[in-house]
Design a protein around this ligand. Structure first.
Ligand SMILES: Cc1ncc(COP(=O)(O)O)c(C=O)c1O
Length: 384
């Protein structure tokens, strides 16, 4: 497909735009969409996805780490970028110089940032996260008001946002998420009564945005749904999402094996009959999980070809005995559609005992990224 490239991910930026627009329509004109593009946009490629999401109506971006925000700025992204995770005080300088929006959790970091901002005579927008039931990052509800008051007084900082995150918004039973929402609402009210002002309030991930409209406030933070992957395994999406990523490769060898041949490391598969085997240059060195050994399958000529034996670092073998005319350089689909068949990230996740998030996020830089719009390639990201 591309000169010299054997394994690549195709990312359909129209699908990203469709999914962002669908979320936007769902929340209405008064709620901002903050597109979550952390972890290289769940493996899809941070910069092209961020650009597509902003073009489609997202007004903010969210990442987990400072360096992810810097990567977006270096790529020319100008929109507000929230760094949702921990930033050490040593990162204050970078936050200011790259115009990032950190999530504050300690007064020491807030003071370091305030000092740096004051030195440079700039104002840094900051958000504060409240831990309402995830036991992860964020202030405890009881500490929130005094912390917010202290931050509000620091020169050079603009307390722009307050947020929380749900632990179980993907469940059919939303009782726990509603409990978290109740705690968050109390924190908002207490802080407001004490005179704290924060114009942007956000809580909802993809699942909560779909199913918990009370949690929309004036911004939502969808991630997985923007990539067209199911936000929940317990209920279907309430609007159509289009998967954006397909993982593809080329048959690198076709070979007739006799009965009794051991396939791949450890001989975990022995052919019971003469078998036509195709070699696929994809492995755990690309982010394809080894647990898919003897479990997963791929599509060739629109038909399923099961994996025989172990997935290695760089390749695995599939059975193509039942598929006619398979040749070297035929296209292999590992994730995505081919003719009338499709392998979804959800299917692969089920076989690999994980979640759809991990299936795409695992894809490593060795897998070239090919971006398309209107079926045409618009950009290629490859190591060489
Ligand atoms: C704080 C925070 N907000 C939003 C998201 C987006 O969640 P999802 O991908 O489920 O929409 C995440 C993802 O893990 C997150 O950690």
């Amino acid at each position: 497909m591309l000169p010299g490239i054997v394994t690549w991910a195709e990312i359909d930026l129209d699908a990203i735009a469709h999914n962002v627009s669908a979320y936007k329509r769902h929340v209405g004109p008064n709620v901002e969409v903050m597109a979550v593009v952390k972890a290289n946009a769940y493996g899809h490629g941070a910069l092209p996805v961020a650009r597509a999401a902003l073009l489609a109506g997202a007004t903010r971006l969210a990442v987990h780490r400072l360096i992810e925000g810097v990567e977006l700025r270096q790529g020319g992204i100008d929109a507000p970028i929230l760094v949702m995770g921990y930033t050490p005080s040593s990162g204050a300088e970078m936050v200011v110089s790259w115009r990032l929006t950190p999530s504050l959790m300690t007064i020491e970091f807030a003071q370091a940032l305030s000092a740096r901002a004051s030195d440079l005579d700039v104002t840094v927008p900051v958000h504060v996260k409240v831990d309402t039931g995830m036991s992860r990052y964020g202030l405890m509800p009881a500490e929130a008001t005094s912390f917010l008051l202290a931050v509000q007084k620091l020169p050079g900082l603009h307390l722009e946002g307050l947020f929380t995150h749900f632990a179980t918004a993907d469940w059919a039973d939303l009782t726990h998420a509603q409990g978290q929402l109740g705690v968050f609402t109390e924190v908002i009210q207490a802080a407001r009564s004490a005179g704290v002002r924060f114009p942007v309030i956000h809580a909802a991930n993809s699942a909560a945005t779909m199913h918990l409209p009370e949690a929309h406030f004036n911004a939502v933070r969808p991630g997985i749904g923007l990539y067209g992957l199911d936000p929940s395994s317990e209920w279907p999406p309430v609007f159509e999402l289009r998967p954006a990523l397909a993982l593809k490769s080329l048959v690198s060898r076709v070979r007739q094996l006799p009965a009794g041949a051991g396939v791949s490391y450890g001989r975990t598969f022995i052919t019971q009959k003469p078998t036509l085997a195709a070699l696929v240059p994809v492995g755990y060195g690309d982010g394809y999980h080894r647990i898919l050994s003897n479990r997963g399958s791929v599509l060739i000529h629109g038909q399923r070809a099961p994996i025989l034996g172990r997935v290695c670092m760089d390749q695995f073998v599939v059975d193509v005995s039942h598929i006619s005319g398979v040749q070297q350089d035929d296209e292999v689909v590992i994730l995505g559609p081919q003719e009338d068949e499709r392998i979804s990230a959800e299917e692969v996740a089920g076989l690999a005992s994980t979640i759809n998030y991990e299936v795409t996020t695992s894809l490593l830089p060795r897998v070239a990224r090919v971006y398309t719009r209107g079926g045409e390639v618009t950009e290629v990201e490859a190591l060489a």
